[in-house]
Ligand binder design. Structure first.
Ligand code: CTP
Ligand code: CA
Length: 223
């Protein structure tokens, strides 16, 4: 191990990151999902690894891959699988960053054969998925817990409520109001709010730059 590596600010720190969407099965060929690409979470993982962290990246279905050997990529499909993977690693990590767009609801029953169409109207009964981030907030010891919030109204107040409800240390509020931010975009406009409700609006940036800002927040915790 060379001098450069020993000076990396996140050396010895384990970071768990969730990324991407989740797919909730309806039947063997259909699911409920969303347009999350996973880019934000993968960019955060890269930034963290570059600065010396050991990264566990738990991702729903995405086209992204990782080259970096210090990133342990665990692929999952459903919210339940993501929940189980997160709980498997949580006790062993220092920082958790939940950037996944987890489905809020899933079909109450999954048909074991392809559902055939008929002339009648058709509806699917949904039930809530587990809130992964909130479940980690409930059991956290010393872990630094970062969540995201996507809001379209009363952004700041709703994000503050999420900090409290989920017992977070920091929330990254995504502003959809600004053009070029959010799903499918290369850029993001975020506002950081910490557990003391200190609000820090950031300018529109590339997702790579937002990822670096988030990792800098983590670093400042260890200084
Ligand atoms: N989250 C999670 N598990 C869920 C739902 C959300 O871990 N089942 C996490 C997301 O990864 C994100 C944060 O919770 O870090 C906030 O997600 P968001 O969709 O903004 O909030 P919700 O709590 O789901 O509330 P709502 O969608 O009603 O605003
Ligand atoms: Ca949600």
């Amino acid at each position: 191990e060379n001098d450069l590596e020993s000076k990396l600010p996140l050396r010895g720190i384990k970071i768990m990151i969730t990324a991407g969407p989740t797919y909730e099965a309806i039947d063997p060929v259909r699911f409920i999902g969303n347009h999350s690409s996973g880019k934000m979470g993968f960019d955060i993982a890269k930034s963290a690894a570059k600065l010396g962290a050991k990264v566990i990246l738990i991702s729903g279905p995405t086209n992204f891959d990782v080259q970096n050997t210090t990133i342990n990529l665990i692929r999952v499909t459903s919210a339940q699988e993501m929940y189980e993977a997160c709980h498997q690693y949580f006790n062993d990590i220092d920082v958790a960053i939940c950037a996944a767009a987890v489905a809020d609801y899933k079909p109450k029953v999954v048909a074991d054969q392809k559902i055939k169409k008929s002339d009648a109207a058709f509806s699917i009964e949904l039930e809530k998925t587990k809130d992964i981030l909130a479940s980690l907030g409930q059991i956290k010891q010393n872990q630094y817990l970062i969540g995201f919030a996507l809001e379209t109204e009363n952004e700041i107040d709703n994000a503050k409520l999420k900090i409290q409800k989920k017992n977070l240390d920091l929330i990254v509020l995504n502003s959809l109001q600004d053009k070029g931010a959010g799903f499918g975009s290369a850029t993001n406009k975020v506002t950081f709010i910490d557990k003391d409700f200190v609000i820090e609006p950031m300018p529109l940036k590339s997702k790579e730059a937002v990822a670096e800002d988030i990792i800098n927040k983590v670093i400042s915790r260890y200084q």
